[in-house]
Design a protein around this ligand. Structure first.
Ligand SMILES: Cc1cc2nc3c(=O)[nH]c(=O)nc-3n(C[C@H](O)[C@H](O)[C@H](O)COP(=O)(O)OP(=O)(O)OC[C@H]3O[C@@H](n4cnc5c(N)ncnc54)[C@H](O)[C@@H]3O)c2cc1C
Length: 462
């Protein structure tokens, strides 16, 4: 890799409408900070792109200077792929525009927008597209990996609602892709991550949602976790597509609807969501109430955009995080037993085991329909190990790895690429599943020199 001369950086600076940020700049450290506080990488330059022209300049500069190139959307990737060491970061966090056509039910979303940006603009018209559950996540990384959230059971994955994209390829050329124009590349970006270029604009289909939806939490004592998860596993096998219920095992946050004696105690919470109104889902909610002793509940009609932010306070940026994830096609007795055993000894007050329910419309397509292949996954289980002190690293990471190992026999043998850690490169093939070979061939066509390598990388192979 070449080193960067003062002249080269002046050339790039002059080519940008946005800023070029280098280690000597006072805001260098804040600019390179990302969601996971464990990641501490020092790029040589950060190109804060103001638009497509800047993205083209950054890509061409990286290619011509033989520099490592990373692409930053919302900066949430747990493995820190938004950053590289010594190379250049094309930082899209200044490109957050969202334009909505309410009649056509379409949204055009710039590559650095967050979920909150999209929800804010689309909800002004009572419209939405399925994204994730934490409003500060970037639409870019989430969508390119597949993208699932509260609306997924009803409306499919984020990629299932992507209708077109503008993408700057490895030569710096801007391509418009959709089902008719470069359908191979359009297929590849619907699950192939950041391997094929920088998406400067996503075009999503929108659907009528809210503004009021039904959502909320039911909190149960941890002592009943085994019984509740057993009933939950049975329910999720037959749940209608317009209802979603996720399970969370953690210490209870100081939620106002919980008695103070419960705050800080181990608990199991079921998070319920439906785009329907409360009357239409009262049977399901009543059934959940019978699962065990409800310590507290807060459930009813809420604005969709507000529900999309409900988990934000538990997922603030800057903490140390280590994740381990498995997909499951079902939760059997062995899985439940292991989950409860490890939830009983969480290594830190902010760690949690999250069972994200997928299924529904997301599983109505065959695995080869999009590059995202996991059309049989009913759950993505994510272990959010989260703490603040570096001295706790070893204990927290060891707990997550051990739990991951003990649950592996009950899991589907697949994983969502967006939940992979930086030390899990050996799981990349598992993450792309049966679509890996086609993706590798397309990588050879669109990025033969692997310029876009700071991601869950697909090696070019004809
Ligand atoms: C707190 C939290 C909650 C989450 N919740 C969910 C959830 O509910 N559902 C879900 O599906 N996922 C969820 N995720 C995972 C999330 O999808 C990934 O972390 C994803 O990588 C985040 O995208 P980003 O743009 O914020 O990340 P970044 O770190 O900025 O980007 C990650 C990678 O994506 C690529 N990339 C990003 N933007 C672009 C672009 N415009 N063009 C080309 N490549 C790009 C690059 O390769 C980059 O390295 C969550 C993550 C966190 C930290």
């Amino acid at each position: 890799m070449d080193t960067i001369t003062r002249e080269q950086s002046s050339t790039l600076r002059a080519a940008l409408r946005g800023r070029l940020i280098e280690p000597q700049d006072p805001d260098y450290d804040t600019t390179r900070a990302i969601w996971n506080g464990m990641i501490d990488r020092r790029p040589a330059m950060i190109a804060r792109c103001a638009g497509v022209a800047d993205v083209i300049s950054a890509v061409r500069f990286a290619r011509d200077s033989h520099l490592s190139l990373a692409v930053r959307g919302g900066g949430h990737n747990i493995g820190g792929s938004a950053l590289c060491t010594d190379g250049i970061v094309a930082d899209l966090s200044g490109m957050r525009g969202v334009r909505v056509d309410p009649q056509a039910r379409r949204a055009w979303v710039e590559g650095g927008a967050t979920l909150a940006d999209v929800d804010h603009e689309t909800q002004a018209f009572g419209l939405a597209t399925p994204l994730g559950i934490n409003s500060t996540t970037g639409v870019g990384g989430l969508t390119l990996g597949g993208g699932f959230g509260w609306l997924t059971r009803t409306l499919g994955m984020a990629v299932d609602n992507l209708r077109a994209a503008d993408i700057v390829d490895a030569t710096g050329q801007l391509r418009h892709v959709d089902a008719r124009h470069e359908p191979d590349l359009f297929w590849a970006i619907r699950g192939g991550g950041g391997n094929f270029g920088v998406v400067t604009m996503f075009e999503f289909e929108l659907h009528p949602v809210g503004p009021l939806v039904t959502a909320g939490l039911l909190v149960y004592p941890f002592a009943e976790a085994h019984q509740i998860l057993t009933r939950y596993a049975e329910l999720t096998g037959r749940l209608r597509n317009d209802v979603s219920v996720w399970a969370i095992l953690r210490k209870a946050p100081p939620l106002p609807f919980l008695p103070p004696t419960v705050h800080g105690a181990d608990m199991l919470a079921l998070a319920v969501f439906s785009p329907l109104q409360p009357d239409a889902v009262s049977a399901e909610i009543n059934e959940l109430r019978q699962f065990g002793t409800v310590l507290g509940e807060h459930i009813g009609a809420v604005p969709y955009a507000a529900w999309q932010k409900t988990f934000d306070p538990l997922l603030t940026p800057g903490a140390r995080n280590y994740w381990k994830s498995h997909n499951f096609t079902q939760l059997n007795a062995g899985a439940i037993e292991t989950i409860v055993a490890y939830a009983a000894r969480l290594p830190s007050p902010h760690s949690e085991i999250f069972l994200g329910l997928i299924g529904g419309r997301a599983n109505a397509l065959p695995p080869e329909a999009t590059a995202y292949p996991h059309r049989n996954a009913l759950f993505a289980m994510n272990v959010h190990t989260r703490w603040t002190e570096p001295s706790d690293d070893a204990e927290c990471i060891a707990w997550a790895r051990e739990f991951f190992k003990q649950t592996a026999p009950y899991a589907a043998g697949s994983v969502y690429i967006n939940f992979l850690n930086e030390d899990e490169s050996e799981r990349i093939r598992e993450a792309y599943g049966p679509n890996y070979a086609r993706l590798a061939a397309l990588k050879a066509r669109y990025d033969p020199a692997n310029l876009f390598c700071n991601n869950q990388n697909i090696k070019p192979s004809a």
